[in-house]
Design a protein around this ligand. Structure first.
Ligand SMILES: Nc1ncnc2c1ncn2[C@@H]1O[C@H](COP(=O)(O)OP(=O)(O)O)[C@@H](O)[C@H]1O
Ligand SMILES: [Mg+2]
Length: 254
C-alpha cells in the first residue's frame, strides 16, 4: 500500500454543493447537495433516467457541471491534464460493463494505471496486482484475457483494478446489473468486504441485500433530484416520499 495522508474517518471526503447539470433542455442534476464522509458507504437508488450515472460521472469529472461545486478531499475538481489524471486515480470507478482492456491480460489490466499514473515500478505494480487479484479470488486467471473470464470474474478484476490505484473513494455504477444472476453474489461479497474494510464507496444499485448489509445511507433520486436520504432499514421499510414508495413497490413486486 502506498502511504495515505493522515485522515480521520467521518470527515467529509466528497462534497457536492448546489450542483446543476443540463443535457440541452433536460435538467438532469437539480441543485444536488450531498456529502460523502470518509469510510462511508452510500447507496444511490432510483428509477432509470433519474441522473444516478450522471451524478457518478460528475464526481469523476467524466461530465462537467453547469454550476455549483464538487470537491474531493477539500479540492475542486481539476479541469484537465495531470491533475485530472490524479483525480481519476483518487476517485475509482467500476462500471456496469466492466470496461476492461480486451487485448490486455488480467494482470496488465490491473498494473497499467499504477505504472502509468502512479509511476509505480512494474515489478512492484505486478506484486500488488497479484495481491489484489488474490483478494478478489482471480489470481489463478492473471495471464488470461478478459473474454476468457465470466462476467462475475471480469467485474471482480475491474474492482481489483480500481483498488490498485489506492483510491480515496470508489464509485460503482450498477456493478451487478449486467451479470447473470448466479454471479451477482460473488461480486457483492467482494464489495461487502471492501465496505467492512473501511473503503469509502458510492454504489448505484438496486440490490437491497447489499444496501442492508453494507450501506450507512441510502440516497433516493428521482427526476434529477435527491428526494430522500436515510439509513437503509428506514428507507426500505418506511420510505417517506410517495415517489420512493412507488419505486419500491415496483422493484419489490417482481
Ligand atoms: N450524454 C448525454 N446526452 C444527453 N442526455 C443524456 C446523456 N447522458 C444521460 N442523458 C440523459 O440524462 C438522464 C439521466 O441519465 P442517467 O444519469 O444515465 O440516469 P440513470 O443512471 O439514473 O439511469 C436520462 O434522461 C438520459 O437519457
Ligand atoms: Mg445509470
Amino acid at each position: 500500500m502506498t502511504s495515505e495522508p493522515d485522515h480521520v474517518a467521518g470527515e467529509p471526503l466528497v462534497v457536492l454543493e448546489d450542483v446543476n447539470k443540463h443535457f440541452g433542455e433536460l435538467h438532469v442534476l437539480q441543485n444536488i447537495n450531498l456529502t460523502i464522509n470518509r469510510g462511508e458507504v452510500v447507496v444511490v437508488i432510483g428509477p432509470s433516467g433519474s441522473g444516478k450515472s450522471t451524478l457518478c460521472r460528475a464526481i469523476n469529472r467524466l461530465e462537467t457541471i453547469d454550476d455549483g461545486r464538487i470537491t474531493v478531499d477539500g479540492k475542486d475538481l481539476p479541469a484537465e491534464g495531470k491533475a485530472l489524471a490524479k483525480l481519476r486515480a483518487d476517485v475509482g470507478m467500476v462500471f456496469q460493463s466492466f470496461n476492461l482492456f480486451a487485448h490486455k491480460t488480467i494482470l496488465d489490466n490491473v498494473t497499467l494505471g499504477p505504472i502509468k499514473v502512479r509511476k509505480q515500478k512494474p515489478a512492484a505494480a505486478r506484486e500488488r496486482a497479484m495481491e489484489l487479484l488474490r483478494r478478489v479470488g482471480i489470481d489463478s486467471q492473471a495471464s488470461k484475457l478478459p473474454a476468457q473470464l465470466s462476467g462475475g470474474q471480469q467485474q471482480r478484476v475491474a474492482i481489483a483494478r480500481a483498488l490498485a490505484m489506492d483510491p480515496k473513494v470508489i464509485l460503482f455504477d450498477e456493478p451487478t446489473s449486467a451479470l447473470d444472476p448466479e454471479m451477482v453474489n460473488e461480486v457483492l461479497d467482494v464489495m461487502v468486504d471492501l465496505a467492512k474494510g473501511g473503503m469509502t464507496m458510492v454504489v448505484v444499485t438496486h440490490e437491497m441485500g447489499f444496501a442492508r448489509k453494507a450501506a450507512n445511507r441510502v440516497v433516493f433520486m428521482a427526476d434529477g433530484q435527491i428526494v430522500e436520504e436515510s439509513d437503509p432499514e428506514s428507507f426500505f421499510t418506511n420510505p417517506k416520499s410517495s415517489r420512493a414508495k412507488d419505486f419500491l413497490g415496483k422493484i419489490l413486486s417482481h
